[in-house]
Design a binder for this molecule. Structure first.
Ligand code: 5CA
Ligand code: ZN
Length: 483
């Protein structure tokens, strides 16, 4: 890919993103009289649906059961776990009236579902024999976000919230579950070609009510870091708050252990952001609503134009027979150039041009979206060629995304090095850390970054010094400008 076509996308990312989600008719945002809420338009909805198919498959395959809990959570339930409500207090939307009647108990629009799910689990689960239990739901959650809201990235109605909630009869089993959650997200992001780093969040930035939080982050094209998924070990915090006990194998009663993990609309935002270029989306074939667009190039006599159209339809049929999602753009009011522009913006992985030349020779012109390279392919070989091209595109966009991510990681062992890094303020900085909050906070203030947490799995920094206090370093901490 030439530097030219990926330039504006990177240099002016924020505007690019707002432009492309409208231009490609993915998500209509910013025109509704309520902040932080948008519309999944038909094309975007299809991308979303395919991403969710993958999400469901990954959970189902590992014994998760899809469920649907109530949207409204009574204040009494939401307040049971004190850390949890403290964390969400200022982000909750409250329903206070039913019609004209004030409600006795206010109802929260779920900001997440630990409390109402634990409530039901305590009714359903009585014995270790029923465990582990793994539920998930894909729903809207509502958070009165105070930071600047952004389409798909910081919503107040998060419409694509996949939350998994699990129950276990021991701490060890809950730890195993956190590893499984990480494996699920690795597979999800790998399939979508999205690069990530995994960190254990610092104590002061863990999920409200959790023992600890493991987070997936990615570097966006503007060099800032975005959290794209999280897994939490909830310990017994919620089961104790709900007085939820089970019978263990040895006959005793105890509080079970829980985990939860979630991803959101941000996954789709990231596909758009990471793989895009100046012309628009570059969709992985796996989730592209249209994988191949066939463009008839009508020239010559009416008879010749009809021949071109017939050949275009035949090509589409052949591809469809090979299991490919195809569209023939027969619109008469648009010239081929305008159609190229249209489908490039929508990120269709492969284009096939059919003109008179192609009709005569039976050799088609194939163009791939990620590199814009062109190929001449005999009609008989088209299906095999296109399917191989899908694989190549998938590998290529994943590799260039990872190359960028890897090049965005820097290690520094002194504050001077760190300050030089901060002048660019792009990507992620790793520094030895003594594990004292005070030192990380100093780095945050001085470099105007946030602490992402520590490298996961834990990596020792033995023998190194904390660049802030000079004390023994324990591990590596990560810092970045974040979304
Ligand atoms: N109950 C837990 C696990 S589901 C939970 O709520 N975790 S969370 O708060 O970390 O959210 C899960 C993921 O949702 C986050 O990692 C982040 O990627 C995404 N997310 C959180 N808030 C928003 C928001 N306002 N807009 C879009 N995505 C969000
Ligand atoms: Zn220190």
């Amino acid at each position: 890919m030439s530097a030219i076509t990926r330039d504006r996308w990177r240099s002016n990312f924020s505007e690019w993103f707002d432009w492309i989600i409208g231009e490609a008719e993915v998500y209509d945002y910013g025109r509704y009289p309520v902040k932080g809420m948008g519309v999944w338009m038909p094309y975007g909805f299809q991308i979303r649906r395919r991403v969710l198919e993958l999400v469901r498959e990954l959970h189902d395959r590992r014994g998760h059961e899809e469920v649907l809990f109530p949207l409204l959570i009574p204040e009494t339930l939401l307040r049971k776990e004190s850390e949890h409500i403290r964390g969400f207090e200022d982000e909750v939307y409250w329903v206070t009236h039913g019609g004209l009647e004030p409600l006795d108990v206010k109802l929260a629009l779920r900001p997440t579902s630990e409390t109402n799910i634990t409530y039901y689990e305590s009714l359903w689960i009585k014995s270790y024999k029923q465990l582990p239990k793994k539920y998930y739901q894909i729903v809207s959650v509502f958070r009165f976000e105070t930071k600047a809201t952004r389409a798909m990235i910081r919503l107040r109605e998060v419409t694509t919230f996949k939350e998994a909630h699990t129950v276990h009869d021991s701490f060890e089993d809950s730890e195993r579950q956190v590893l499984e959650a990480i494996e699920i997200y690795r597979e999800l992001f790998d399939a979508l070609g999205i690069p990530y780093i995994i960190s254990r969040r610092p104590e002061w930035d863990k999920f409200a009510g959790a023992l600890y939080t493991i987070a997936f982050d990615t570097v966006m094209p503007d060099g800032r870091v975005m959290q794209i998924g999280t897994a939490h070990n909830l310990g017994q915090n919620f089961t104790k708050a709900f007085d939820f006990k089970i019978q263990l194998a040895d006959g005793t009663l105890d509080y079970p252990w829980q985990t939860s993990y979630g991803v959101s609309d941000r996954v789709i935002a990231t596909i758009i952001a990471i793989h895009g270029d100046d012309r628009g989306l570059v969709l992985p074939p796996l989730v592209a609503p249209v994988q191949v667009v066939v463009i008839p190039i009508p020239v010559g006599s009416e008879e010749e134009r009809n021949a071109v159209l017939r050949e275009a339809r035949r090509v589409a049929e052949v591809l469809r027979g090979g299991g490919v999602r195809v569209n023939v753009d027969e619109r008469e009011e648009l010239r081929p150039g305008a159609k190229y522009y249209y489908w490039e913006a929508r990120g269709v992985p492969v284009r096939v041009d059919v003109g008179l030349e192609e009709v005569k020779t039976g050799v088609l012109t194939v163009v791939r979206r990620d590199t814009l390279e062109r190929y001449k392919v005999a009609r008989e070989e088209l299906v095999g060629f296109v399917l191989r091209l899908f694989d190549e595109i998938t590998v290529n966009i994943k590799k260039r995304a990872w190359d960028y991510m890897t090049s965005s990681l820097r290690r520094a062992e002194t504050m001077d090095e760190a300050r030089r890094w901060a002048e660019e303020k792009r990507g992620i900085l790793e520094m030895p850390w003594c594990s004292r909050e005070e030192c990380a906070r100093r780095v945050e203030e001085e470099l105007e970054v946030k602490t992402l947490g520590i490298v996961w799995p834990l990596e020792s920094a033995e023998g190194l010094r904390c660049p802030v206090c000079g004390g023994q370093a324990v591990t590596w901490a990560r810092y970045a400008k974040t979304y």
